[in-house]
Design a protein around this ligand. Structure first.
Ligand code: 5GP
Length: 124
């Protein structure tokens, strides 16, 4: 794991336990996806592993092949379901402090529905 602990009390752990609601768009044995509460584009979905992986670092080191396959298979399915596969979309997984990661449970943002502009802001 990383310096950031997946402390069981983070908001995505609570969503996974059903303690707070989400607007679910996809679920399978290993993956849950739901709409971001503060959407930055017409389509803004968060895709998370059900297991408590803190970040891309933790996931890459510790996820099973089945979990990793499930995450990468779910993303294009969700993009197609949300209608952005053809027009295009962006995947973002903010990781750690400089990445601006706010929630210590790996989440891949799917953003689409409009041209998304430059890759990153010029400054924080
Ligand atoms: P990060 O900055 O860590 O990459 O992204 C965290 C994302 O989680 C943000 O885009 C934020 O809007 C979203 N978020 C935070 N709390 C909640 C919540 O309770 N429900 C949902 N659906 N999204 C949330």
């Amino acid at each position: 794991s990383t310096a950031m602990a997946d402390d069981d009390n983070n908001v995505f752990a609570k969503i996974l336990r059903g303690e707070i609601p989400c607007d679910k768009v996809y679920e399978d044995d290993h993956v849950l996806a739901f709409r971001d509460i503060n959407p930055q584009a017409p389509v803004h979905v968060l895709v998370i592993p059900k297991a408590a992986h803190v970040s891309a670092q933790d996931f890459g080191a510790n996820a099973s092949p089945e979990e990793a396959q499930a995450l990468w298979a779910a993303i294009p399915k969700i993009a197609a379901q949300e209608g952005v596969a053809e027009g295009g979309y962006r995947l973002i997984a903010n990781t750690g402090a400089n990445g601006g990661q706010e929630v210590p449970h790996l989440h891949v943002h799917i953003l689409g529905g409009r041209p998304l502009g430059r890759l990153v802001a010029k400054d924080g």
